[in-house]
Design a protein around this ligand. Structure first.
Ligand code: ZN
Length: 183
């Protein structure tokens, strides 16, 4: 089921997600609905806050973005993205690698707004999958960026918080209008 995506201005986007204690039918259904919602919006990731639910649950699917490749390693071995996407991440934690890269980023909660954001080029993620398995993996390229963007959402952090001040100043009018419309 496709859910409504919450936009900037709604306070739920600033809420820190509660850890998920057990993967119930309700959580599985929410994850399914989030996948449907992300796909309907042509996104590469979605956090539970973006459908109005402040929980530590996020979805990422970067398998079909040909112009922005990703690499994924599980237990140190490179894996095929299609076998792991969509990734449903319960209570994810990230360790950022030392290298940084700049890339253009958007957010389904900020329609038509994109900006260059500096992110770690590679991350190590620890999470539970929706079937309960604990997984440790590494991501680079768009996967690294998407993971950082989504885990930020789970902590109430938005990509505008990562913009440099000149970029944010340039978007100030549009952000204010969006915020007013959704507050
Ligand atoms: Zn976002």
């Amino acid at each position: 089921m496709v859910l409504e995506i919450v936009q900037f201005g709604d306070p739920v986007l600033r809420a820190k997600g509660k850890p998920i204690a057990g993967i119930t039918d309700e959580i599985r259904e929410l994850a399914e609905d989030m996948i449907d919602t992300m796909r309907a919006a042509n996104g590469v990731g979605l956090a539970a806050q973006q459908v109005g639910v402040p929980l530590q649950l996020a979805i990422v699917d970067v398998a079909n973005v040909e112009d922005r490749p990703s690499t994924m390693w599980v237990d140190g071995k490179e894996v095929a993205l299609e076998e792991w996407m969509p990734l449903v991440l319960v209570n994810p934690k990230l360790e950022l690698g030392p290298d940084r890269e700049v890339g253009v980023e958007g957010c389904l909660s900020f329609p038509d707004i994109t900006a260059d954001i500096t992110r770690a080029a590679k991350v190590k993620a620890t999470a539970q999958l929706i079937d309960g398995r604990e997984v440790v993996f590494e991501g680079a390229g768009l996967l690294s960026r998407a993971l950082q963007h989504e885990v930020d959402h789970l902590n109430g952090v938005l990509f505008i918080d990562r913009m440099n001040s000149a970029t944010k100043a340039g978007l100030a009018g549009r952000l204010k209008r969006l915020q007013r419309r959704n507050a």
